[in-house]
Structure formats: C-alpha cells, structure tokens
Write a protein that binds this ligand. Structure first.
Ligand code: 5GP
Length: 252
C-alpha cells in the first residue's frame, strides 16, 4: 500500500502559509494490530514525521447581491487565509471603491482587449456590466499552494466548473450563500446606500433568478447573522484543507 500503510493520527499547526505537518509512522503498527503507546509520540516533532505540501484551493463563492458574500470573501483574505481574486469590471466604481483593490475598473474597450488577449479564466455580463476573473489572479497563487477566494456570479461559476484544466478542477470548492429572507436581501441592498433605485430594483429582480441556481453548487450556506456566517464559511475552507487528495508527502 506504500504511503497509505502508515497510521495517520493527526494534523498539526495549519497556518496561513500552509507549512503544516501530518504525523505518521513509517514502521508497522503495534503487535497484533494493537497500537502501542510508543506508536503515539508526543512532544517535539518526531523524526518519523514527514512534512506534507498542500495544493491550493479555489474557493468560489456565489449568491445574490446583498447576500453578504463579498464581506465574507474579503474577511477571509484580511485574515490571511486566502488571496482575494480581484476581478475586472466595466461597472463604475462605487463611493469608496479603489481601483486595483476592489476591482480593476475597465472601459468596455479595455475589457474587450483583455478578452482578446485570453486573459480571463471566465467572464460574464451581470446586471448590465461585464465582469471577469483574470487567470493571473488565480493560477499563479494555486501554483504556489495558496488558496484563492473568488466572488463570482452564477454564470461565471458555471464556466469555472466546466473548466477542463485539471489544476482548476482539483482546486475547486464552490459555495452558494443564500440570504435568510427576501426582506433581509432588500435591507442589505438598500443599506449600502451606494446604488440608485433602478439598480437596486434590477439587482432584486436578478436575485430571484440567481437563487434558483443554488442546486448546482456543492455547498450551501444559509445566511443567519454575520458572525455565524463567517465561522461556517471559514470552517469550510479549513476542512477542505484536510482533504488527503490535496496533500503530498515531501520526500526526504
Ligand atoms: P458588484 O457590482 O455588486 O460588485 O457585483 C455584481 C455581481 O458580479 C456579483 O454577483 C459578483 O459576485 C459578480 N462578480 C464579481 N466579480 C466577478 C467576476 O470576476 N466574474 C463574474 N462572472 N462575476 C463576478
């Protein structure tokens, strides 16, 4: 059974940088199948413990405008747990938004040039504007074993899920954030105080359609309060980091 013959007993010190160790034993397990005390070394890292490397996760997050998904994604990035993929958009910046931090704000012509250059992993028209994910915002980070979180609409999510690239397919974890109620969604959309009435109405209309797409996702987060939402959101990423398929023992 090769590497699988060892006893996997725990995962240690997972950090944002992801140099964590999995404790396992190179020798056979205890006599007669029983584990002996000495099979469970304590204290400092035992020489038989091999480090593992982990491949990066592409944490794809959708949900209607006002579901709170952008706040969740941003917070994850602020805590150093993932790189936030900064999208390109032709939408005008809202008050307080900064080019290169919130989005790369482009004209339609500039956006078309990026499409032509093959710069996008996916792109879609959302609420009358173009949005696109740059390959460079995703692949370079995954290659380095870093997690990437992306805020993306349901059309973009479908395109990423259909992507043939094995790196993207292996990295993908997709989650739909469902607002608690229609009323809550409207309160959040209006609470921003940044969008005019016609934009709010368009986003509310689109939300009704977007919500029907949740069944295409692997995970669903039913929104309650911000802290509970964030805890569950973060825990999903941390749990996905423990998938054996993402871990490779480093040969000594
Ligand atoms: P907003 O204008 O409120 O920032 O975003 C509007 C919608 O565009 C949201 O549903 C958001 O998830 C989506 N969006 C943001 N970036 C991208 C992207 O790169 N690609 C796609 N397809 N949708 C995006």
């Amino acid at each position: 059974m090769g590497e699988r013959a060892v006893s996997l007993t725990g995962v240690y010190a997972s950090t944002a940088e992801e140099n964590f160790h999995v404790r396992f034993f190179v020798g056979p397990p205890g006599q007669g199948g029983k584990r002996r005390k000495e099979d469970f070394p304590r204290g400092p890292i035992h020489p038989s413990i091999s480090p593992v490397t982990r491949s990066g996760i592409l944490y794809l997050v959708s949900g209607p405008s006002g579901s709170g998904k952008t706040t969740l994604c941003r917070r994850l990035a602020q805590e150093g747990l993932a790189h936030y993929s900064i999208s390109c958009t032709t939408r005008a910046p809202r008050e307080g938004e900064v080019n290169g931090r919130d989005y790369h704000f482009l004209t339609r012509e500039e956006f078309a040039v990026e499409i032509e250059a093959g710069a996008f992993l996916e792109h879609a028209e959302v609420h009358g504007n173009c949005y696109g994910t740059l390959i460079s915002e995703v692949v370079d980070f995954l290659d380095r074993g870093q997690d990437v979180v992306m805020d993306i609409d349901v059309q973009g999510a479908e395109l990423v899920r259909a992507c043939a690239d094995p790196v993207i397919r292996a990295a993908l974890v997709d989650l739909f954030v469902m607002p608690a109620t229609d009323e809550e969604l409207e309160i959040r959309l209006r609470g921003r105080g940044t969008d005019p009435e016609d934009v709010i109405q368009l986003r509310l209309d689109n939300a009704r359609t977007e919500i029907t797409h949740w069944t295409g996702y692997t995970y669903l987060l039913l929104s309650t309060d911000r802290e509970t939402d964030y805890t569950r959101f973060k825990n999903l990423l941390l749990t996905e980091r423990m998938r054996c398929a993402r871990l490779t023992p480093v040969s000594k």
